[in-house]
Design a protein around this ligand. Structure first.
Ligand code: ADP
Length: 445
């Protein structure tokens, strides 16, 4: 700046010298006047330059603030100032940048929250093979905490099939998906893996790994196919018997006694078939039920149990089994009558069926801290300890009852209906001593 002022002073002197050349002044006066005018002009010039550079310094500070600092005060200059337009544009630019950076930050937060709370595992790998994003679900599936700073994906992905898929995406731009089994110390999980290669812009790509736990779906579909296989098998046995015996009756001449014997078998097998189909239909209807389908109402339990026992009196009498109702007379429970009837029906049928002649069956109930408990006890043949956990499986028939007719679906129906009423089942049984099945129901199911 000093250099410019000195230059300005010299130019002034030269101009005044030229002007003085044409003016008729004495040499002394000429020099003095010339110096005085040059000094004054330079001082005025310096003042304006100083003011201008002060404003420029302010503008420079503003640009710096826009760049790095968080200060959002605006720079205001009078309307007639030559720098007014420039500062106005700068102020606008500052507001725009601030708005944009807020927006970017908000979007970034929204994206992070979304990825964090997604119920599937998400991992994003950049084109340099660095893990940029990994949510909690994926860390849980991999059974380790990820380094929060970007790092090579090989550090986290050790599962060979998944590693092959990610390598293919990174090196050959190949997306893919498949079902992979993940073994954790606790259990085995079926995971649907999707590895997606995506080009963000030319020569820039990222690889996204999505892991969805489909263990429940796989288990459900296995259960369904097992069910179909079991049901077909169970249906085939009586049908084969019916068809075989009726064919013999039709094709071969038989005496009256054999005829009656064959017809009795046909009748028994058709009854079995009807019971089996009824049970299968009950189970499939129960599967379709929605939680809202429950019809909760107050039930006077002792009366309700008494009605159910009446329905079983005939079959109990055939074996001289005594039925007892030990439900307190004043116990009122809130439940769904239909579900409760289904539960009691199957438990009572089993307690009579798997009982010895002259045995006892007792239905009892009590209020509990969290709700109420229903129990059906018998002093029948009992269930071997190693089979007690399996008796609620569909089509499972214990060794103890192989000679006793059944479908293996009664307790599966009980379990399904108890679950709909949020009940939890407990079995205690001893071979040759008897069986008690208790179900705890909450008050507010
Ligand atoms: P099902 O009685 O038609 O065989 P369930 O599902 O009702 O089918 O019962 C499954 C198995 O549990 C029975 O085959 C039997 O072995 C056993 N079980 C159920 N209830 C009793 C009971 N009260 N006493 C002894 N065994 C029982």
């Amino acid at each position: 700046m000093k250099k410019q002022i000195f230059l300005f002073f010299l130019i002034n002197l030269i101009i005044l010298e030229l002007v003085g050349f044409f003016l008729p002044l004495s040499a002394g006066l000429h020099l003095g006047l010339m110096l005085a005018v040059a000094v004054c002009a330079t001082l005025i010039f310096t003042f304006f330059v100083w003011r201008f550079s002060k404003k420029l310094a302010l503008i420079q500070k503003k640009v710096h603030q826009i760049n790095v600092a968080n200060d959002d005060t605006h720079l205001i200059l009078p309307n007639d100032d030559p720098l007014h337009g420039l500062t106005h544009e700068l102020n606008q630019l500052q507001s725009h940048i601030k708005h944009q950076s807020h927006r970017t930050l908000r979007q970034e937060n929204e994206r992070e929250t979304l990825v964090k709370h997604l119920p599937i595992g998400v991992m994003v790998i950049d084109r340099y093979g660095q893990v940029q994003v990994a949510n909690d679900v994926i860390q849980e599936l991999f059974q380790h905490e990820f380094d929060p700073i970007p790092h090579a994906y090989q550090q986290d992905i050790v599962q060979p099939e998944l590693l092959t898929m990610v390598n293919a995406a990174m090196q050959r731009q190949k997306s893919g998906q498949r079902l992979i089994t993940f073994d954790t110390p606790q259990n085995r999980k079926n995971i649907r893996v999707q590895v997606l290669y995506s080009e963000i812009r030319p020569k820039h790509f990222q690889v996204t790994v999505l892991l969805t736990d489909v263990s429940d779906l796989v288990a459900m579909s296995k259960m369904q196919s097992d069910f179909v296989a079991n049901a077909s098998h169970e249906l085939k046995t009586p049908i084969t018997a019916i068809s075989g015996f009726s064919e013999t009756l039709l094709e071969q001449p038989t005496d009256e006694k054999t005829r009656e014997k064959f017809l009795t078998i046909i009748k028994q097998e058709s009854d079995k078939l009807v019971k089996l189909i009824d049970d299968i239909l009950s189970l499939s209807r129960l599967r379709d039920d929605q939680p809202g389908d429950l019809k909760l109402q107050q039930i006077h339990l002792a009366d309700f149990v008494s009605d159910q026992l009446d329905d079983h009196q005939a079959s109990a009498q055939l074996k001289s089994v005594k039925l007892e109702n030990n439900v307190p007379a004043d116990l009122i429970v809130t439940s769904d009558e239909g579900r409760l009837r289904g539960i009691l029906y199957n438990l009572l049928a089993n307690a009579i069926k798997y009982n010895d002649d002259g045995g006892h069956v007792t239905v009892a109930a009590t209020s509990t801290f969290a709700g109420w408990q229903l129990s059906v006890s018998d002093n029948g043949i009992g269930i071997p300890t190693n089979q007690q956990q399996r008796i609620f499986e569909r089509f499972y028939r214990g060794d103890n009852g192989k000679t006793i007719p059944g479908t293996g679906l009664g307790l599966a129906i009980v379990a399904e209906q108890a679950a709909q009423l949020s009940g939890s089942i407990n079995v205690t049984s001893e071979l040759g001593v008897g069986t008690t099945i208790k179900i705890d129901f909450p008050n507010d199911n």
